[in-house]
Design a protein around this ligand. Structure first.
Ligand code: GDP
Ligand code: MN
Length: 400
């Protein structure tokens, strides 16, 4: 999970790494208010999850209020390398004396952590790594290493921080490491880590993180309340977000046959069976989604699942494939009926049950006598039936 700069900054601030004062804003009016608070000159930066915003015209300096408003009106309509600008950061502009680059990332090849750094920071680090590889230092932190202030000082001197910056650089490296470690990041990058201040006044100079890029390891989300504070309503598939909130494993695909099953393996097989049937029938019909209701699913979970799958307007039929182990097919049957009761835009559903309470489940469905529900004996038959129904509906059927 990649963070926006304004979110990455929060983690740096919490780690006590110096950053310029800044306010996030989502429209020109708020930019004007933010700029007044921050003061002038200020830097206005498009918030998109992509680098080189500066070169793309996404980072601009405003010297007064009018300019701030003008810049924000330029930035909001922008799309930078395919990323729409939904917000900007208004930050205190600093006088840059020198730019360093520092990052910590997971190195899968050497199974440890990589610290990449150069005394020649700024926007062109990738270029620099190619043209002058000797100026980019790569150091390692072992997973069991005790990375303390001594180790950080040693590292800062190897990286080539100028003498006066060495001690503060070591402190920042140590704090970066803690932030990286404590927030289960896969990348923490500061570029530029700038030396700022008045060039003629030695005591005014210090290091400051002017830009930050952080990626978090999605597998660790459960240890951080799901990183709810970083989730972006503008991002991701709306159906997937809804399913996630309900604790369902749903992946949106682009076909016409909705798929619901229990167990990832069975759901994958169901996808294959539907895709295969679609081809055999000479149609373009494909699976519309992956949805695993898991083990021991209740009627309520089944009902929620069906609602999610049917909120995809492209879905023309649904294939429900349940092998009753811990899950009782009776519960699943009740869930299907419950969902159908609540909804008014049902499409044909083909059900295949096997295992725990399969016969009871099928009986419940038969007794309901709903013409939209069909049953099949095998997975292949059910997949073919569902594919055929979807094809009929797409090519002149009732859904059109
Ligand atoms: P990026 O292009 O996406 O990496 O965005 P950055 O936030 O790194 O900004 C790009 C460049 O804008 C930096 O490398 C700086 O040269 C410049 N910049 C950013 N903040 C400031 C600032 O406070 N003062 C000055 N003078 N330049 C800045
Ligand atoms: Mn940058």
């Amino acid at each position: 999970m990649d963070l926006y700069e304004y979110q990455a900054r929060e983690l740096l601030e919490e780690a006590d790494i110096p950053t310029p004062r800044a306010i996030y804003a989502q429209n020109s009016h708020d930019v004007a208010e933010a700029a007044k608070q921050i003061g002038f000159p200020c830097v206005i930066k498009a918030q998109v999850k992509i680098g080189h915003r500066g070169q793309a015209g996404g980072v601009k300096i405003a010297h007064d209020l009018d300019e701030a408003i003008l810049i924000s009106e330029q930035l909001f309509p922008m799309t930078i390398h395919g990323h729409k600008v939904n917000g900007v950061l208004v930050a205190e502009a600093k006088n840059i004396i020198h730019e360093y680059y520092v990052s910590i990332s997971v190195d899968r090849a050497s199974r440890d952590y990589d610290v990449l750094a150069t005394a020649n920071g700024g926007t062109e680090v990738e270029e620099l790594a190619k043209s002058h590889p000797e100026s980019v230092k790569r150091l390692h932190i072992g997973p069991l290493d005790d990375f303390d202030i001594e180790a950080a000082r040693d590292m800062a001197s190897q990286i080539g921080f100028y003498h006066a910056d060495g001690e503060q650089a070591a402190e920042i490296l140590l704090k970066m490491w803690r932030a990286f470690h404590n927030s289960d990041a896969t990348l923490v990058e500061i570029n530029p880590l700038a030396k700022i201040g008045d060039p003629d006044d030695e005591s005014s100079k210090s290091l400051c993180a002017l830009d930050a890029k952080i990626s978090l390891d999605g597998n660790a989300a459960y240890r951080h309340d799901g990183w709810a504070r970083f989730t972006d309503p503008n991002e991701g598939d709306p159906l997937e977000n809804k399913a996630k909130a309900l604790g369902l494993h749903y992946v949106h695909l682009d076909g016409e046959v909705g798929i619901i099953g229990n167990g990832a393996g069975l759901v994958m097989s169901s996808l294959d069976a539907v895709a295969g049937a679609g081809e055999r029938l000479g149609t373009n019909v494909k699976p519309a989604n992956f949805l695993d209701i898991g083990g021991g699913a209740s009627a309520a979970v089944m009902a929620e699942s069906l609602e999610i799958v049917l909120s995809d307007r492209k879905v023309r039929s649904v294939f429900i494939n349940v092998y009753g182990g811990i899950t009782s097919c009776e519960e699943v049957a009740n869930g299907i009926l419950e969902a159908i009761d609540k909804m008014n835009n049902i499409r044909p559903i083909v059900v295949r049950f096997d295992g725990n309470k399969a016969q009871e489940g099928l009986r419940i469905l038969a007794q309901a006598g709903n013409p939209q529900i069909q049953v099949a004996d095998t997975m292949e038959q059910a997949a073919e039936q569902a594919a055929r129904l979807a094809d009929d509906a797409t090519n002149g059927g009732e859904a059109r």
